[in-house]
Design a protein. Structure first.
Length: 481
């Protein structure tokens, strides 16, 4: 984990040099950004009892308020959830970290004599490296989300997007992979490829003893887990095997079904531009006598892994996240380098904040800087997480803890000292502009930035206009009068 998240700069350099990845990312950006924009502008709804006739901005306020209400009394809602889920026949386990997630899952598997597990997408199982632990224990894990399945047969590649885990691959790459791994003639149409994957997965659905899913939301009032998918695999994973294990973070609680309905107006529109996802399942307890299907045993593993420490902190707003992926779809940095550059489970702006908070500031030194602070992420976040502000705070913490290079800290210290002295600042700005124009040597770009050559290692630096901002502004005002 440390070695991966530490090397954003190196990994993003590799991503920039990968022309195929850049083309794949271009397609992804156009798709997700356009779909969200259309869904938001078309939004018209009758609202809910608590949020009547909201426009999309009012809906975002309502979503943020629901999440804040939960986080304020998280322990109370979690206890209520445990009580209600237990009443409906489920068992609730608590996991402090990834190791405890694996221990719980392996203990449940041993108890029920499980040799094969089918999984629908669960970012927590990525946090815990659960597939590695299952395989080491002689249990076969099979990913059933199409994107996760592609990554698994590619040799357990990590996901590069929280909604579309194999977003970095194009159709041709997937077609070659299927032909190689399935030993069948190469298909080039998406329906034919998905049919082939479905045929392979059907065998696993019918023969696995345990299903593992994540959970988009836990509903405290009913002790239920809500799953939102577009492929239907989540429904198979949660109903066909005799054992269903839900692994999810403790922050995923919402108080009531009404609150869940409000958040569901935000989630699909922000994620994929859909009014509603293809499959929305609310699973409660175990199979009853009157039920046609469902698990005989249901377990919830509710995971901390760094979340509890954020409650009440200046980073608590990050726990509002409903994992829609809108921030990464709109982030110019993610759009350019993709998800693998971020080095851990969560990419994009939410990932740069979460990875720093969950794995430690010192283990993700580059990530809070993997942003332009343009705040496009904050503008589209359905629960109004001020991502750019959180990234800025993380940078501040890094500097306070002297985690940044001494040269950077010294430069910032000098800048802060000069900035507090207006006359000196004006003089320094004037000298700076002259120096840059001298470097440009009559061109409108600078090839090598003298004192900071790293800036121009991969691109040119635009030469400044003649004069400082103050001088240009003054001239403009004079021209007007
Ligand atoms: S931070 Fe906001 S925009 Fe990003 S994934 Fe979470 S909810 Fe979505």
């Amino acid at each position: 984990m440390r070695s991966q998240a530490m090397f954003f700069q190196r990994r993003s350099g590799e991503a920039l040099a990968d022309a195929r990845l850049r083309r794949n990312l271009d397609g992804l950006r156009d798709k997700f950004v356009g779909m969200r924009a259309r869904a938001v502008s078309a939004y018209a709804d009758h609202g809910t009892a608590t949020v009547p006739n909201p426009d999309f901005e009012a809906l975002r306020d309502a979503g943020a308020a629901i999440r804040d209400r939960v986080l304020k009394d998280l322990d109370v809602w979690l206890e209520l959830f445990e009580h209600k889920a237990t009443q409906r026949g489920a068992r609730v386990h608590w996991a402090k970290d990834g190791r405890e997630i694996c221990e719980h899952v392996l203990a449940i598997a041993r108890q029920h004599g499980i040799t094969k597990v089918i999984k629908s997408k669960s970012m927590l199982s990525e946090e815990a490296q659960l597939n590695v632990a299952l395989t080491a224990a002689g249990i076969e894990p099979v990913e059933t989300d199409l994107g996760e399945y592609i990554l698994q047969i590619s040799g357990n590649e990590p996901p590069s997007h929280i909604l579309a885990p194999a977003a970095h691959k194009n159709l041709d790459e997937v077609a070659d992979l299927f032909a190689e791994k399935h030993g069948k003639p190469k298909k080039t149409e998406i329906p034919a490829l998905t049919r082939e994957a479905r045929e392979v997965l059907r065998e696993h659905f019918l023969s696995a003893g345990m299903g593992i899913s994540g959970g988009n939301f836990l509903i405290a009032d009913t002790g239920s887990v809500a799953l939102v998918t577009n492929e239907g695999n989540g429904r198979m994973v949660t109903t066909l095997p005799k054992v269903h294990v839900v692994i999810t973070g403790i922050e995923k609680i919402v108080p009531t079904l009404e609150d869940f309905a409000t958040l569901m107006r935000l989630l699909p529109r922000s994620a994929t531009g859909q009014e509603i996802s293809n499959y929305v399942s609310v699973c409660t307890g175990t199979k009853g006598e009157a039920d046609a299907d469902g698990p005989e045993h249901t377990y919830f593993i509710l995971v901390d892994n760094g979340r509890a420490g954020l409650v009440g902190s200046e980073f608590q707003e990050m726990l509002r996240c409903i994992r829609c992926g809108a921030c990464m779809n709109h982030c110019p940095v993610y759009q350019t380098v993709g998800g693998h550059a971020y080095g851990w489970v969560y990419p994009g702006p939410m990932g740069s904040v979460l990875t720093s908070l969950y794995t430690g500031l010192e283990n993700a030194l580059d990530l809070p800087h993997a942003a332009t602070l343009c705040n496009q992420c904050g503008v589209v976040c359905p629960v109004r997480i001020p991502l750019a502000e959180l990234q800025r705070k993380l940078r501040e913490k890094q500097t306070e803890r002297r985690l940044r290079p001494w040269t950077e800290r010294a430069a910032l210290g000098i800048w802060a000292w000069v900035a507090q002295r207006p006359a000196l600042y004006a003089l320094a700005a004037k000298l700076g502009v002259r120096y840059l124009r001298w470097l440009a040597d009559g061109q409108n770009y600078i090839k090598v930035l003298g004192l900071a050559p790293g800036w121009t290692a991969g691109r040119d630096f635009p030469a400044p206009q003649e004069g400082t901002f103050r001088e240009l502004y003054k001239r403009r005002q004079e021209n007007r009068t």
